[in-house]
Design a protein around this ligand. Structure first.
Ligand code: GLU
Length: 421
């Protein structure tokens, strides 16, 4: 590719605002409300030192953004990634507001991020970074105010460190300050699998709607972290053939279907899915365009754009990632008859079980995995049905349907509360 052909980087915040504007226009939203919902309520930027293993000090930058608090405390993950920007975190926070509204759980939207590649740090350095970042954002977080959770490159251990740091500062244990914790520290059964399980529920609903036979279908999955690898496992249990998967360093393809348990073991041993015996190495770009019925983007934003939307061969795109498809690509896919299950619906299983975890923590209760999964299925099934009904009634795609549902719920709550003072 020559320099002239390099596409300009797409700013996720501009994407998020454009998606909101489309819904606000259709809802004919009051201009004042529109201005309120179009911007985040609070944006905190922090720069903080961490003592590295070699004795040197390194300063890291991080963010916590609260987009909206109208329907409840802010809720949303914290990601560690070298490309994190304030605009990305703002977009992710806004998407959390709509996501919580689509599934009808009593939260607003928030998100956090630290600019770091944690794979280059030791475990002790990641712990130090996490505890100091938690301390810096303590002006915002709390079980009634803003409740972080895992996201890209963070996990149950990260949440345990944040919970412990917060608890040490207040002087008693506060499990409800974060979700996605280890089960032994007040985590919920089923939380680790929840994002993927919710995505698979949505795929089942979409297949029923479109008359697709899942047992005769194929899937390609971009991203092999918490969402992608567990989605691969769960969907293959439905008889769906997983023909391609990728991670941040490689992508593999096998038209006969990959044995997912073996791919997971391979990745654990080699650090990547690349080189998996019997598979063909392909590029990340090729993965999105392989011949398959269902495509699950489960990595980062802006993967399906106007440049490659015309080459996507899947009939269903199930967005386990946040923001994987740009508005231009949405239009192209919709015109081509591709059924998109939008992120704010498709990956809402994670935050839904986070809500269950928080409710259990506040009540000092613990539910069985069976109870968690059946409540999750009920909520996802209802949200999918409400979105589809609205999309069909208004002759719009599923993304616009989900936005109409969500923005209307948040706008009504905001209007009912009125303006202070
Ligand atoms: N990070 C996940 C998301 O993007 C989960 C958020 C949560 O559980 O609060 O939805």
């Amino acid at each position: 590719m020559t320099t002239e052909q390099v596409a300009p980087a797409i700013n996720p915040w501009h994407v998020a605002q454009r998606q909101f504007d489309l819904a606000a226009d259709r809802l004919d939203l009051d201009p004042g409300l529109r201005q309120v919902l179009r911007e985040p309520r609070r944006e905190l930027t922090v720069h903080f030192p961490v003592k590295m293993d070699d004795g040197s000090v390194q300063v890291f930058s991080g963010y916590r953004v609260q987009h909206n608090l109208g329907r409840g405390p802010a809720k949303g993950g914290i990601r560690y990634h070298q490309d994190v920007t304030l605009d990305e975190v703002k977009a992710l926070a806004m998407w959390m507001t709509w996501k919580c509204a689509v599934v009808g759980i009593p939260y607003g939207g928030g998100k956090g991020g630290v600019v770091v590649d944690p794979k280059k740090l030791s475990r002790r350095e990641v712990e130090g970074l996490t505890r100091r970042f938690a301390t810096e954002i303590e002006v915002l977080i709390g079980p009634e105010r803003d409740i972080p959770a895992p996201d890209v490159n963070t996990n149950a251990q990260t949440m345990a460190w944040i919970m412990d740091t917060y608890s040490m500062h207040v002087g008693y244990t506060v499990p409800g300050v974060v979700t996605g914790k280890p089960i032994s520290l007040g985590g919920s059964e089923g939380r680790n699998e929840a994002t993927a399980r919710g995505t698979v529920f949505c795929v089942e609903e979409a297949a029923a709607h479109l008359g697709m036979d899942l047992a005769a279908s194929t899937v390609a999955i971009q991203g092999f972290g918490n969402a992608g690898s567990i989605a691969a496992t769960l969907i293959s249990q439905h008889g769906v053939r997983v023909v391609a998967v990728s991670d941040s360093s490689a992508a593999i393809h096998d038209t006969n279907g990959l044995d997912i348990a073996r791919v997971i073991a391979w990745k654990a041993e080699h650090g990547t899915v690349g080189g998996f015996p019997g598979s063909r190495d392909i590029s990340n770009a090729q993965l999105l365009e392989v011949d398959c019925d269902i495509l699950i983007p489960a990595a980062l934003e802006n993967q399906i754009t106007a440049r490659n939307a015309g080459s996507i061969r899947a009939r269903v795109v199930a967005e386990a990632a946040n923001g994987p498809t740009t508005p231009d690509a949405d239009e192209i896919l919709h015109d081509r008859g591709v059924f998109i299950i939008p992120d704010i619906l498709c990956n809402a299983g994670g935050v839904t079980v986070s809500y269950f975890e928080w409710v259990q923590d506040l009540n000092r209760d613990h539910w069985s995995e069976e109870v968690v999964n059946s409540k999750l299925r009920e909520i996802m099934g209802r949200a999918f049905g409400e979105t589809l009904t609205l999309a069909e009634a208004q002759s719009v795609n599923m993304r616009t349907g989900a936005y109409l549902l969500a923005v209307d719920r948040v706008a009504s709550a905001t209007a009912l509360r009125g303006l202070y003072p």
